[in-house]
Ligand binder design. Structure first.
Ligand code: B12
Ligand code: SF4
Length: 487
């Protein structure tokens, strides 16, 4: 018996190996001693067919399924099952956690779905335990009826003690590319010390996935763990991927104080929440946290209320100011094109861009399990079958093509996002230089040309023309290979 775990993205998109798959791989190898392999095709350069071929050597195959990767994960499962009917195929991850039994019903190639934390049920399947006792397991009983076991969430954090050897080829040179240049000289490592989030943002699936439960690691345990990684792997910079690192500020202050007392020389990045207290920020900075990210999402008070962010524009500005005063490198996460967003809201959002060192602007997408999805179902804009419909793109943007009530088409939205990046680059020369060093000048010329071409529709029309003739994707691949990205 052996196990292959796959994150089925085949081109770009994934920058960091999945910590969830590492948690599962570590747990299975530790407890059962069987051979386990983790595949990150997008990061390791494996094609779809290569993954199908590798799977031939494994008895059990686990596939992680995000909403974006729902079709590629199913196609992969079907190809693997098609090559050998005896393979046991297990699905887990956010998309199937939200969907549960309808997913298993629709796709016979899937033998099991595991909802939420996967370790216990996965180990149970491998050990041949009684299915009815496995938490979060969705399976077919002897009569072929689908049974859905309740989710039971462990209070213990499972994401800390993972074995990075499973993806050594990826991790050895892994970098968080959003940080200032001087941090690039250090050895980077993605890490996670807490799970879940107690907040209720309406666009996010976290409230449903984690049941509102936040679980954290005790500060001394976390620092010991970091010291081991510094010593054994030569790590100089940790990127914490915790959904909300600062959920318990008392614990975070204790964590910082231990680092300071032990005089550990390390840098790290965490995601904070708007409203994080000044003394917590001060301690973080002192302990070596030079980079903070935070999800602002929108600069409009109206929308901050509608999306349930629980903070105001004034609080956003205060947190920005405090971070600036303390000298943090700050990364802002924003979302464009929420339902009912208008040009005034977007201008208010854009007005905040100038304060950030790095921006991450996303096109609003609908995910199952979110409050927006429930609202759309109630208003009959969507139905459960939406997620199974192949005519709907895997990226579920709130765009005209998919939702007639949306303001923009996908192309129009993408163009607005690209133009926002260019504009902000042009408007804040100082930041551009700070971000890109001597390459800043090239970056400014590039943004000016890109913006002009987009505005005058030349690039936009060219892109559409190429897409219609099926030439856009090959060209994009070629340019990506040459490390040029004009889109
Ligand atoms: C941290 C995080 C990230 C990090 C990932 C860090 C890492 N290297 O793992 C980064 C920033 C890279 C990221 C990227 C993305 N993310 Co994200 N992310 C989160 C976040 C905040 C926490 C996730 C978490 O707690 N992970 C902890 C680990 C231990 O859990 P896990 O990965 O989920 O794995 C466990 C279970 O899901 C399950 N499981 C997972 N896979 C499998 C497979 C099998 C076979 C089994 C049995 C079980 C199983 O078992 C695992 C161990 O218990 C959540 C929101 C939240 N608060 O929950 C969003 C979230 C999961 N992300 C989301 C999305 C959309 C994405 C992206 C697609 C965004 C994008 N467009 O680029 C990418 C996809 C990346 C990928 N597939 O590789 C959505 C998912 C919604 C959905 N239905 O698909 C969420 C819910 C946020 C949201 N918008 O609602 N993300
Ligand atoms: S967006 Fe962030 S703060 Fe809001 S519910 Fe999701 S993980 Fe929590």
């Amino acid at each position: 018996m052996n196990l292959l775990l796959i994150n089925p993205y085949f081109e770009g998109r994934v920058y960091t190996p999945s910590i969830g798959l590492l948690v599962l791989a570590t747990a299975v190898r530790r407890e059962m001693g069987i051979s386990v392999r983790v595949l990150e095709p997008s990061l390791q350069g494996y094609s779809f067919q290569q993954v199908v071929d590798i799977a031939k050597d494994y008895t059990h195959v686990g596939i992680s399924c995000y909403t974006e990767s729902r079709f590629s994960s199913v196609d992969l499962a079907q190809a693997i099952k098609g090559a050998d009917h005896n393979k046991v195929l297990i699905f887990g991850g956010p998309h199937v956690t939200s969907l549960g039994s309808p997913f298993l019903k629709e796709y016979p190639a899937a033998d099991f779905v595991i909802r939420s934390d996967g370790e216990k049920a996965l180990l149970g399947i491998l050990k041949g335990s009684d299915y009815s006792a496995l938490p979060g397991l969705v399976y077919r009983d002897t009569d072929g009826q689908i049974v859905e076991n309740p989710i039971v969430r462990d209070k213990k954090v499972n994401c800390l003690d993972i074995d990075y050897d499973f993806i050594e080829d990826v991790i050895v040179d892994w970098k968080d590319f959003e940080v200032p240049g001087w941090l690039f000289r250090k050895r980077h490592l993605p890490i996670m010390a807490s799970m879940g989030c107690p907040f209720q943002c309406r666009f996010c699936a976290a409230p449903e996935l984690g049941g509102g439960l936040w679980r954290g690691t005790e500060p001394p345990v976390l620092v010991d763990h970091m010291e081991r990684l510094i010593k054994n792997r030569g790590i100089g910079y940790f990127r914490f991927y915790d959904p909300l690192f600062t959920a318990n500020e008392k614990k975070i202050q204790e964590f910082c104080k231990i680092i300071i007392e032990r005089k550990i020389s390390v840098n790290f990045r965490v995601d904070i929440r708007v409203g994080t207290r000044k003394n917590t920020l001060e301690l973080l900075k002192k302990a070596g946290c030079d980079v903070v990210g935070f999800g602002v999402e929108t600069g409009s008070d109206k929308l901050l209320k509608v999306v349930g962010k629980g903070v105001s524009r004034r609080q956003v500005l205060e947190t920005i100011q405090e971070c600036k005063n303390l000298g943090f490198w700050i990364i802002g996460f924003f979302i464009y094109f929420f339902p009912h967003e208008d040009e005034h809201d977007r201008r208010q959002t854009m007005d905040l861009f100038k304060y950030f060192d790095v921006l991450n602007i996303q096109f609003f997408k609908i995910y199952p399990g979110t409050s927006y999805y429930q609202e759309f179902v109630a208003e009959k804009f969507m139905h459960e079958s939406f997620w199974l419909d192949r005519t709907i793109p895997s990226d579920t943007y709130f765009c005209k093509e998919t939702f007639p009530q949306a303001e923009f088409s996908m192309n129009e939205g993408m163009r607005k996002i690209a133009m926002s990046y260019d504009l902000i680059n042009l408007k804040s020369f100082a930041n551009t230089f700070k971000r890109n060093g001597w390459k800043g000048l090239i970056s400014l010329v590039y943004s000016a040309a890109h913006y002009t071409l987009l505005r005058s529709d030349i690039l936009f029309n060219l892109k559409n023309y190429l897409a219609r003739r099926g030439m856009l994707e090959p060209l994009k691949r070629l340019l990506a290979h040459a490390r040029v990205n004009p889109w």
